[in-house]
Design a protein around this ligand. Structure first.
Ligand code: PMP
Length: 403
């Protein structure tokens, strides 16, 4: 048995982390991993998360019973307000369905599965994904029989957004196509549309009756401001674009391994929402039966208490500001101290955890092999892997490989 099973390649990011761990070199740097690290390169448990963990530990009323199929109601309701805004018409009109999922990956999967079953496709089921995108998007949609097709997004010449290409693709796609959009802090490029550009994108999506499949894995993490990072999603809702949102608390609450996420489907009216909810429940039941409780309880406590919510916002700013400071320091080292050839303004213009440096696969390989600096071949670096101790070492080696 299983003689025919082909050997699959290991996941490139996890492979990179394993190579980094096995490397005995003292000054090694890991810029591959998409997780926040503090200035000492340590995982950071948010102080507010430590606090609510203690509250849960001391709560004698809690047990380990199953949650409802769609998750912890006080968590999903608060999570919906966080992304859509507390006074969103999609909430006051009772037409949003929120389901707790296995983090953002699970939200993407459940959203994709729901589309595969119930979306009225023009021909074969297809999802338009930005080129490039988080690699898992391709796998998640393929898994449910939806074919990923790419739309232009990143322009290597400007190391910025290919806005014309993006709009052209929205216009050229058949009416009622589904487009996956990164709500903020695009992974892997760190390149986001401006508000003015989002307005044009929304207008074309509306005109062409497309469906907006938002993936929001970095709310608050991008700018340090939860509302600012939710701007595009809220704007689309106000405009009446049909959409869903995949939400993750992995990055903004540092709850990577707890797998806390949600899928929010905004429907045209509350009656449709009820039908959507019934089918999402059927799908969820057969896949995970019901979601895990611990992480959802932690986030629910934070979101539903004004004081804890303020503490969380402070912790989010701590993370976002450190990352932004690293962008400025890297930019300063390259442009002012080392006088590295080329333009490096994209380092400070890009947003969120990642930066597309613009270096080629050969140069990336050079950094890994000669300097023990681990990054993906596409030149993407995780800004969170830089800190005051290693940033000069990185800048000097980046300077070397591009000269
Ligand atoms: N979407 C995007 C764009 C991401 O970058 C990530 C995390 N790398 C996710 C979704 C999902 O992450 P998680 O399942 O850990 O919430």
């Amino acid at each position: 048995l299983w003689q025919e099973v082909p050997l699959a390649p290991p996941d490139s990011i996890f492979k990179l982390t394993a190579a980094y761990k096995a490397d005995p070199f003292e000054k090694k740097v890991n810029l591959g991993v998409g997780a926040y690290r503090d200035d000492d390169n340590k995982p950071w448990v948010l102080p507010v998360v430590k606090k609510v963990t203690r509250i849960l530990l001391n709560d004698e009323t809690l047990d380990h019973e199953y949650l409802p199929i769609t998750g912890l109601p006080e968590y999903t309701a608060a999570a919906a307000k966080l992304i859509l805004g507390p006074s969103s018409i999609a909430l006051t009109e009772g037409r949003t369905v929120s389901v707790q999922t296995i983090s953002g990956t699970g939200a993407n999967h459940l959203g994709a599965l729901f589309l595969s079953r119930f979306y009225t496709w023009n021909g074969a089921p297809r999802i338009y994904l930005s080129n490039p995108t988080w690699a898992n998007h391709h796998a998640i949609f393929k898994n449910v029989g939806i074919e990923p097709v790419e739309y232009p997004y990143y322009d290597p010449k400007t190391i910025g957004l290919d806005f014309e290409g993006f709009i052209g693709s929205l216009r050229a796609a058949p009416e009622r196509s589904a487009f996956l959009l990164h709500a903020c802090a695009h992974n892997p490029t760190g390149v986001d549309p401006t508000e003015e550009q989002w307005k044009v994108i929304a207008q074309v999506i509306l005109e062409k009756k497309h469906y907006a499949f938002f993936d929001c894995a970095y709310q608050g993490f991008a700018s340090g401001d939860l509302d600012k990072d939710a701007w595009a999603v809220r704007y689309f809702v106000e405009l009446g674009v049909p959409l869903l949102v995949c939400q993750s608390f992995a990055k903004n609450a540092g709850l990577y391994g707890e797998r806390v996420g949600a899928l929010h489907v905004v429907s045209a009216n509350s009656e449709t929402a009820t039908r959507v909810k019934s089918q999402l429940s059927v799908l969820q039941r057969s896949e995970i039966s019901n979601p895990p409780s611990h992480g959802a309880r932690l986030v629910s406590l934070i979101l539903n208490d004004a004081g804890l919510f303020e503490e969380w916002k402070r912790d989010i700013r701590t993370m976002a500001e450190r990352i932004i400071a690293m962008r400025h320091e890297l930019h300063r080292l390259l442009t002012q101290e080392l006088k590295t050839p080329g333009n490096w303004d994209h380092i400070v213009n890009q947003i969120g955890m990642f930066s597309f440096t613009g270096i080629n696969p050969e140069q990336s390989k050079g950094l890994v092999e000669q300097a023990h600096i681990y990054l993906t071949a596409n030149g993407r670096i995780s800004m969170a892997g830089l800190n005051s101790h290693n940033i000069r070492y990185f800048a000097e080696n980046l300077d070397k490989v591009v000269r």
